[in-house]
Design a protein around this ligand. Sequence first.
Ligand code: ZN
Length: 160
Amino acid sequence: MVLNVVQVGNEVLRKVCSPITKFDDKLAKLLDDMKDTVRDEHGAGLAAPQIGVDKRCVVVDVDEGFFEFVNPVILSKSGSYTSLEGCLSVRGQWGYVERPTKVKIEYRDRKGKKHTLTAYDFFAKCICHELDHLDGVLYTDKAERMLTPEEVKKLEEQNK
Ligand code: ZN
């Protein structure tokens, strides 16, 4: 089911989310709804607080595939690059954010099984962005520079 994406100003986006403790049908439904929602929005990722649920799980939808990360933790990161970022909860804005080029994470799947994964470049950036949401951090907190309204207009015209 496609859900509404909550927007900046909503306090759920500023919460430190709690870990998932039950790997049950409720979690499966939450992850299914997050998938439907991120696909509907054409987003690269979505964190549970963005649909109003303060739990530690995110989905990432990138060229490498569709991923569900429950209770994800960053084990290591390296490299750095700065690129343009946006967020489904901060509509109409874009900013330059520095992120690692490589991250290694540990997470559980919807059944509770533990996995590790190494991601690079855009995939790594998406993971970092989504994991920040679980600690109440938005990319706008970290952005080196936000695009001006004029630059946003240009960008949105290019992306049409
Ligand atoms: Zn976001």
